[in-house]
Write a protein that binds this ligand. Sequence first.
Ligand code: SF4
Length: 146
Amino acid sequence: MDANLKPQRLGQLDDITYGKTSNILTRATGFIEAYDYSLNPYSGCAFGCTYCYAAFFSRSPYHRDNWGYWVRVKENAADNLNRKLRRNSRCLDGKRIYMSSVTDPYQPLERKLGLTRAVLEKLQRPRQTLTISRVPNWWFKHAARM
Ligand code: SF4
């Protein structure tokens, strides 16, 4: 990800950090156990809905108390997925993926970073099932070009 394209603040978000994940696919458990994996390109969410259960899965009291003001970007999300698929192109065959269980994959930062879009481009395969928790209206224009 180009350092010049990495905003540090956006709207009410005043704590945007960038990092790498070692595994973008998390084994799905609990209320989403009908899926095989959850996929969260971001942690945290700019919308900060007061009823959001994801706030309670935050990794610290700071993150829980400041829900809506911070986001961690998993900047290698698409590369990590790509590496898995290169190692074993059939590893997701028949699998069900839920995107996303603890963030909004189309929160405002996505328009600048295109991280969810990059992940979707890696998943342009008919062999897995992908459920997206929310898609904005502009997504349909993008999908038509894919
Ligand atoms: S993840 Fe969904 S419910 Fe939670 S703050 Fe974001 S938009 Fe709201």
